[in-house]
Design a protein around this ligand. Structure first.
Ligand code: TGC
Ligand code: FAD
Length: 390
């Protein structure tokens, strides 16, 4: 039936507004026209398709939930979720670019920044004229960002920043970096560091087997003079970066469903066409078990994100609720990618089909924005009231 082929088994489309559908269609159209035909080639070459920044800007993918006066789209969180879902349906690395620019760069400048900072950066980030990145993780502080060593000292009208960040999406191509660093009192602050500031560099990380069409790098600060006006004035402490992560993790919970749908649809189509022992492999019970379980898990994930989206629209979604959805949905997608890969037999390991690329991408997605196990511990803390991290 149409609903199993188009992967909307519980008719969630009926819950969407006309605006939601328009947003989703616009993203789908752009992705099918400009990204799907080239993505495999860029992933194989391990090259970031930088020209797509403009295309993402044109469909309003940068800052869709921010107010229109700053170049945002004034849309709700269901629209944002549908966007990340349609983008990750093609490639997690492309969704990364959108997550970082929207949730980790534009959102903190909007939520924690001064009016001058908002006006200086947000419209350019929305139009794709500027690319941003988010520097929280360090070589020795990943899951435990509170232990960060990057720090700055006061020096008149500026501060002097030292330290380094690792695994930073888009850092080599970014014009600005939202960097989290400790002040002399050991309090975490956010700083906007601009490309070209003396002592600042962003070398690329090579040899990734995952997110190969996304560019990842370091941020290195060697006595970088940052004007005091580049410090985000309205936030202090770890809750600054963690607040941004709530938004990005929310988008990933939707995005991962996109990757899962693409794997499921590819495997379903293949299994109906591929014949062994004189009939389509889709007719064998073992293959039907895989398909039935995939559709069940996708449907459960869709319901989770739908409700989470309505809570988010009402300003009621909690960190632990977001952790549950991010953790469940990425794990679900990775599992489906592995099962779908098997259903394609030998063909499943080639770049002629998107499944292996999704699978490798999802190995990063299950690690970044809080690992699978860290999200379990966030839930454990919520349930018991006892912190098991330390
Ligand atoms: P803890 O003591 O629990 O909390 C410290 C302070 O933060 C507050 N807080 C939050 N505030 C806002 N939103 C949240 N989600 C918050 N969670 C906690 C908390 O109330 C407290 O405030 P205060 O004022 O009392 O100081 O902190 P902890 O040091 O025990 O660590 C907790 C832990 C482990 C959960 C957290 O640090 C964590 O989530 N670790 C994972 C790190 C992570 O997710 N890194 C992501 C890096 S960015 C990235 O991966 C981008 S990939 C992008 C892409 O390509 O898509
Ligand atoms: P570690 O923290 O060293 O964890 C290693 C293992 O130990 C994990 O399995 C973890 O779950 C486990 N572990 C850690 N602590 C505990 C505990 N208390 N109890 C039980 N198990 C524990 N970061 C940014 O700031 N900005 C970015 O743009 C960004 N982009 C990224 C892009 C890619 C492709 C990747 C791979 C990462 C990116 N990251 C980014 C970093 C990412 O957020 C971290 O990799 C992640 O938070 C995990 O940190 P780590 O790699 O240092 O692993």
């Amino acid at each position: 039936s149409t609903s199993t082929r188009q992967t909307d088994f519980y008719q969630l489309d009926d819950l969407l507004t006309e605006e939601h559908k328009l947003v989703r269609d616009a993203v789908q159209q752009m992705i099918n026209r400009d990204v799907r035909p080239i993505i495999e080639e860029y992933a194989q070459k391990a090259e970031f398709p930088a020209h797509l920044i403009q295309k993402f800007a044109e469909i309003g993918a940068f800052g869709p939930t921010l107010p229109i006066e700053y170049g945002g789209g004034g849309l709700d969180y269901i629209s944002y979720g549908l966007m990340t879902q349609e983008i990750e349906r093609c490639d997690s690395g492309m969704r990364s670019t959108v997550s970082v620019q929207s949730s980790l760069v534009m959102w903190p400048i909007y939520a924690y920044g001064s009016e001058e900072q908002r006006q200086k950066y947000l419209p350019k980030l929305a139009s794709g004229e500027m690319v941003g990145c988010f520097g929280l993780t360090e070589p020795n502080h990943g899951s435990n960002p509170g232990g960060m060593l990057t720090s700055f000292k006061e020096a008149g009208d500026h501060v002097v920043l030292n330290g380094s960040k690792l695994w930073i999406t888009n850092s080599p191509v970014a014009d600005i970096a939202v960097v989290w660093a400790k002040n002399e009192q050991g309090r975490i602050r956010g700083l906007i560091v601009e490309k070209g500031m003396e002592g600042f560099s962003a070398p690329e990380i090579h040899n990734k087997w995952s997110l190969r069409a996304s560019v990842t790098g370091e941020l290195v600060f060697d006595n970088v003079k940052v004007p005091k006006e580049n410090i985000l004035p309205n936030i202090e402490g770890l809750r600054g970066p963690l607040g941004c992560l709530d938004n990005a993790r929310y988008g990933i919970a939707w995005g991962a469903i996109g990757a899962a749908i693409d794997c499921y649809e590819t495997a379903l189509k293949y299994s109906l066409e591929r014949e062994q022992f004189g009939r389509p492999i889709a007719g064998f019970q073992l293959q039907q078990k895989k398909l039935a379980e995939m559709l069940t898990e996708i449907t459960k994930a869709q319901l989770l994100t739908w409700r989470l989206g309505t809570l988010k629209n009402d300003g009621k979604a909690t960190t632990a609720q977001i952790s549950m959805a991010k953790r469940n949905n990425v794990d679900m997608a990775l599992h489906i990618a592995r099962e779908a890969r098997q259903m394609l037999g030998g063909m499943g390991i080639t770049g002629d089909y998107p499944i292996m690329r999704h699978m490798m991408n999802l190995e990063s997605v299950i690690t970044y924005e809080g690992t699978h196990d860290i999200h379990l511990l966030i839930l454990g803390h919520e349930i018991t009231g006892i912190q098991a991290f330390k």
